[in-house]
Design a protein around this ligand. Structure first.
Ligand code: ATP
Ligand code: MG
Length: 613
């Protein structure tokens, strides 16, 4: 504008100069100032004005062009920067218009959803990513969010469940902003997959909740166990004494049965609290599942088909066989209850190798090798609303008296205590799959020998019996004596060590594991066996306070008698320990007390093989 005025001024000056020049020529030459001069003057002025206008316009256009070029350059740099941000962002970027039609789809969006950019551009994002029945609801939700989105420059964050191209559900967290560009609305969203993170958080919350309830339950069950040990142990003496008095014999039978039920309940509670005295060993899970399948086939309704898919090369798992059987049975019974109109139960095994992420996702103890056992049904499925409560103790949807709600909490506790993990997948109306992961067996442990369950056999050896509960100690002493043994009772590890130190001879150390005092039963046994490698040891416990006795301890192979126990079990375990031959280094040489069970087993297998031919 300034330049224009300057040019006009210059032109005006030129007119004035021309006029002055003309006047001067007139004054000097004296010629008349006629029409030609005036016309020349006007023409000169007009030319000057036109010239000024023309120049000014040229200058303006060139300035405008320069500014436009600068703007374009800036816009290009900013677009390149935006593309670079989108490309290098860890989260997926999706741009849509106000109707949800995809305008931009980053490389990460391809990875997250399985849909390529080419496929996604121009399609409706909701159709692409949301399951059919949820689409209308999703659209309505987005419509409600849109005004809010347009009014907040910082955008909004929300969570949603989307569908991967392959059909898997993905839980995402999105942060969206709306922009008005050229009179239309554009929605930019950065989308993050939080499926794994949420699974890990849920596992942690579940673990903390279970830990708290478990502490309480475990403590109570432990006390009950000690009381039950006294009841179940002494009732047989009473029953023996009153066997000729039918009314009293009936009462003792009732007490005995109630105690048995109490023992079963405390065992469930301890198992849930992960404080069950476990005896892990190498297990061939295929064998176990085949046995289970036979049992189910015989007992389940015929409208339930039972299918096994067992990996022939399955590794040995390391877990408590008895507990694993009851865990699998629990899952199978739940499956049956969910298939009242019939269906298919599939039992499958597989080897899996977990990285840290996978191990965390199923709540397993560490990254490594696991044996996977899957129990899948085609039943009712579990509604989403209750899915996170099914492992809670006493949670049941079954009628009163039909379910205690302890089944799954026991399974959960057992699997966790074994260092494994568990996961559940369920779709309402389609069925449920429970998957258990058990650690692969690394060490070779002694296989328990077969014993004759029917006979109670005593002995005359001397037993050092260490037990810190006075009542239990007294009862065990009486029971051991009734089996013919000589007993030296001790109230704790220190007393036991003093007795051994004084040179008192004894053949077997029978000790509780969890005891008050400086040393627990395991440590006491380690110390005694270190002094006398040939010493036989039998542990007892109602409560596995720590992990199973690991490798590296001298008493690792020693047997464990879980509390509460009956006289017959005590007698059998004692004989098994006393009759196990020990080599010079104190390592047990497994020679079973009775080979009858093994022989019978062998003959049974052999004859069925022969039948099969
Ligand atoms: N396979 C399944 N299909 C459908 N729902 C299941 C399945 N497994 C468990 N559930 C649900 O989880 C709840 C808890 O199961 P859990 O085994 O802990 O207890 P319960 O079966 O009810 O009782 P209990 O096992 O003590 O007899 C069940 O009541 C049921 O609602
Ligand atoms: Mg159950």
């Amino acid at each position: 504008m300034k330049l224009r005025r300057l040019l006009t001024l210059a032109m005006a000056a030129q007119v004035i100069v021309t006029a002055v020049a003309l006047l001067a020529s007139y004054a000097v030459t004296g010629a008349g100032f006629g029409m030609p001069e005036i016309i020349a003057l006007i023409a000169s002025g007009a030319v000057a004005v036109l010239l000024a206008r023309f120049c000014a316009r040229r200058i303006e256009t060139s300035q405008q062009k320069q500014a436009a070029a600068q703007l374009a350059e800036q816009a290009q740099a900013s677009a390149q920067m935006t593309q670079a941000v989108i490309k290098t962002a860890l989260d997926a970027f999706v741009q849509t218009d106000a109707n949800g039609i995809v305008l931009e789809w980053s490389f990460q969006a391809e990875a997250l959803t399985g849909w390529t950019r080419q496929e996604a551009l121009g399609t409706d994002a909701v159709d692409l990513l949301v399951a059919e029945p949820l689409r209308d609801g999703f659209r309505q939700r987005m419509m409600r969010l849109l005004p809010e989105l347009s009014n907040t420059p910082i955008g909004i964050r929300f969570e949603a469940t989307l569908l991967h191209r392959e059909g898997d559900e993905i839980l995402i967290e999105a942060s969206s902003t709306a922009l008005q560009i050229g009179g239309r609305t554009v929605i930019n969203s950065f989308v993050k997959d939080v499926t794994q993170k949420r699974a890990a958080e849920e596992q942690l919350i579940q673990a903390q909740k279970m830990e708290a309830v478990g502490q309480l339950t475990g403590g109570i069950a432990h006390e009950f166990n000690n009381m039950l040990t006294v009841i179940t142990g002494t009732i047989e003496i009473l029953a023996d004494a009153v066997k000729d008095n039918p009314p009293l014999a009936t009462i003792t039978k009732l007490i005995s049965e109630a105690a048995d039920r109490g023992a079963a309940l405390t065992s469930s509670l301890l198992s849930f609290a992960r404080k069950q005295a476990l005896q892990p060993a190498e297990i061939d899970v295929n064998d176990l599942l085949e046995e289970l399948a036979k049992l189910l086939l015989a007992t389940f309704d015929k409208n339930i088909e039972i299918v096994t898919r067992l990996d022939g090369k399955i590794w040995l798992a390391f877990a408590d066989r008895g507990q694993l059987s009851s865990a699998l049975l629990n899952l199978a019974i739940n499956a049956r209850d969910a298939m009242l109109d019939g269906g298919r139960l599939t039992l499958a095994t597989r080897n899996v190798v977990f990285g840290v992420r996978e191990a965390v996702a199923v709540g397993a103890g560490y990254a490594g090798d696991y044996v996977e056992i899957e129990i899948a049904d085609t039943g009712t499925g579990i509604p989403q609303a209750i899915l996170e409560r099914i492992f809670d103790p006493f949670f049941s949807t079954k009628d009163v008296g039909k379910g205690t709600g302890l089944g799954l909490s026991m399974v959960f506790g057992f699997v966790k205590q074994s260092g494994g993990g568990i996961k559940v997948n369920s779709t309402e109306g389609r069925g449920t799959t429970f998957t258990i992961y058990l650690p692969k067996a690394e060490t070779s442990t002694l296989r328990p020998a077969g014993y004759d369950e029917r006979k109670v056999v005593g002995g005359t050896e001397t037993i050092l019996c260490v037990e810190d509960d006075r009542d239990v100690r007294q009862f065990v002493t009486v029971q051991l004596q009734s089996l013919g043994y000589k007993v030296i009772p001790a109230a704790n590890a220190a007393e036991a060590l003093a007795i051994a130190g004084a040179g008192t001879p004894f053949d077997l150390l029978f000790t509780d594991i969890v005891m008050a005092g400086a040393l627990n039963g395991r440590e006491l046994a380690d110390e005694m066996v270190a002094m006398r490698p040939s010493l036989r040891v039998l542990f007892t416990s109602g409560y596995a306070h720590d992990a199973p006795h690991g490798p590296g301890h001298v008493t690792m192979g020693a047997p464990l008698l879980p509390k509460p126990y009956r006289k017959a079990e005590l007698a059998r375990m004692l004989r098994r320990s006393l009759d196990t031959a020990v080599d010079a280094a104190g390592d047990p040489i497994p020679t079973p007390y009775s080979v009858q069970a093994d022989v019978e087993d062998f003959l049974h297998k052999h004859s069925s093989d022969l039948d099969g031919r």
